[in-house]
Design a protein around this ligand. Sequence first.
Ligand SMILES: Cc1cc2nc3c(=O)[nH]c(=O)nc-3n(C[C@H](O)[C@H](O)[C@H](O)COP(=O)(O)OP(=O)(O)OC[C@H]3O[C@@H](n4cnc5c(N)ncnc54)[C@H](O)[C@@H]3O)c2cc1C
Length: 335
Amino acid sequence: MYDVTIVGTGPAGLYAAFYSGLRGMKTKLIDSQAVLGGKIHAYPEKMIWDVGGMPPLLGEQLITHLSEQAVLFDPTVVLNSKVEGISQQDDGFLLSTENGENHSTKTVILATGSGILTPKKVGLPEEERFVHTNLHYTVKSLARFKDKAVLISGGGKSAVDWANTLEPIAKKVYVTYRKDHFTGHEADIQKLLDSSVEVIYESVITGLNGTEKIESVTLNHTEQLPVEEVIINHGYDIQNDLIEKSDVVINMHPEYGIQGTSMGETSVPGIYGAGDAINYDGKVNLIAGAFHDAANAVNRAKQFIEPTAVKTAMVSSHHESFKTKNKKIYAELEL
Ligand SMILES: Cc1cc2nc3c(=O)[nH]c(=O)nc-3n(C[C@H](O)[C@H](O)[C@H](O)COP(=O)(O)OP(=O)(O)OC[C@H]3O[C@@H](n4cnc5c(N)ncnc54)[C@H](O)[C@@H]3O)c2cc1C
């Protein structure tokens, strides 16, 4: 029996795991994805500037820092496991997963963001053959595209953004788009149109040609375009059915997410929310806001289990748990 089970390992879930460890709670983290980090995996190569006190850092770097912090107190981590239902038990809750597992827990923190995001595919039978070579659904490393002929498929904000970012790095950038003009951020579109990027309007990918790697793509069943890397930027399919499928009845906000309080409470005592999953007056939809939510949700979960527990954890600078670790760091700093 765990004190708290956190569903979702984005910034909210990872920080909640750290903070619940700080509060001495037996913690489990569950995510449907194979890796920790949540939505930040959609932009690993972007610079993030607005996390308080952190220098500008890549999404990938933030995932590493958050993950290291999250496992500091050894939570149990369950990956590749989609939670499909929550039911109330005498002593807490039972979470059931798509792959048939059951997880018992005294409290739950829903840090599920806007759901499970899966990049939309082109829908061609040969697609799977190239996903481990030169077909990408997100840009993980800019260096990979240096001096290459790159085709980006898509016309949304993200596709335009990647085309502008890769233009000075790649040998040539093509954008294939099914419509005859872009809609979105005007300045970004103008930058793209004024650059060396070649836009092929009213075209869709109808074939990916090559054996191990894509060597060319077929557009509109006719034109063959030789390319070295292909980026598909068609948006995401979102699965967000956990609450709908659960036996417990959790009230939803009329606009988006779970209707909660600024303390992370939902309509079900013992179930809390943090990050993009929850909505309340004054909500900050930033990574920084997810951390704040996570600490509140953990504190409420702690008090649910132990009503006499203090409202918040001791600050880290004076926390007993760090004494040994601090000694080591001070020694390394020769202080
Ligand atoms: C392109 C882009 C750029 C951004 N840039 C910034 C920025 O610069 N600064 C900033 O502060 N914010 C930025 N954001 C917003 C930020 O990423 C989110 O606010 C943040 O990731 C929310 O964290 P979260 O933990 O609440 O949810 P998420 O990061 O969405 O994580 C939710 C996790 O829950 C898992 N999950 C969902 N349902 C289930 C289920 N049923 N079972 C198991 N697992 C489940 C998902 O797989 C996912 O891993 C950006 C967002 C995007 C899309």
